[in-house]
Design a protein. Structure first.
Length: 115
């Protein structure tokens, strides 16, 4: 499971560097996210712009990561591709997660909220 991580001010941006987030990688994804989110930061933005397929196991893994961060930190999503966005919309998870057009928009919104 390939993830890249950047810390910008108080925002940890984690980009999934895989095409699929499904049953085959869900457990590794949760483990890697636990490692990457161990350093404290106020915000965690998960950049899914490379992910073109997300199944129920992948969705469950994203929800598990959100629960592991709560209540101190919130998991925000960015860069949902059309198929991934559809999964979040159909399951109504788009009402649970803050969703941004891309990581830069998430950063800009964070700066606006802080100011």
């Amino acid at each position: 499971m390939n993830l890249t991580t950047k810390l910008r001010s108080d925002t940890l941006i984690i980009r999934v560097e895989e095409d699929r987030l499904d049953a085959a990688v869900a457990i590794r994804f949760k483990d890697r996210m636990r490692e990457e989110t161990a350093p404290a930061s106020a915000r965690v933005v998960l950049d899914l712009s490379r992910v073109v397929f997300l199944d129920s196991s992948g969705l469950g893994a994203v929800v598990a990561v959100m629960k592991s961060l709560a209540p101190e930190r919130r998991l925000e999503l960015a860069g949902l591709t059309p198929n991934v966005e559809k999964v979040f919309r159909l399951t109504r998870m788009d009402t649970v997660f803050p969703i941004h057009a891309n990581a830069d928009a998430a950063l800009a919104e964070g700066l606006r909220d802080a100011g």
